[in-house]
Design a protein around this ligand. Sequence first.
Ligand code: GLN
Length: 193
Amino acid sequence: MIIGVLALQGDFDAHRRRLKQLGAEVVLVKKPEQLDQIDGLVIPGGESGTFLKLLGEAGFEKLKQFVHSKPTFGTCAGAILLASEVENPKQSGLGALDIRIRRNAYGRQVDSSIREGRFIEGTPNGSPIEMVFIRAPKIERIGPEVEVIATEGNDPVAVRQGRAMAATFHPELSEDPRVHQAFLDLVGKGTKR
Ligand code: GLN
């Protein structure tokens, strides 16, 4: 099982380290053709508008094909890229998740914060989990096929739909490995199918 981490910009190295800790083989993806060699992809945080620029039209199309056929996990800017609808400002999304997401939704005063949310995966009532938010987006609408896997207050902050998974926070910056483990489990299921 080879996991790629999109390494165009942003905090890809923390993802690489976490995935390695969990026993995955990890490659940093810098060229579109590398997508053909991986079983799953992590799109890290960063600046989603910059990602779009760096990808260009061809890179965007190639990535779109990938996220519709193989497991992908986006955090923060990565979550924005995976969405079907992006606000503030409007920009293109890859459409792997039927969600509307608003960029920089917490405003300037709470640019970054560490909060306790609930991780629902595997436990009926959820269990507490640390969440690091950095100029985070908010998921404003979720489609009928979208499953909420973590919440913070009343907000869904991690979701999954089919092979795509996203978190508006940065699990790679906390010690808790459960969110990445959930993604590796998803990739494991995909490769067995
Ligand atoms: N604010 C960034 C964006 O809109 C996301 C921030 C992040 O990835 N930490 O793309």
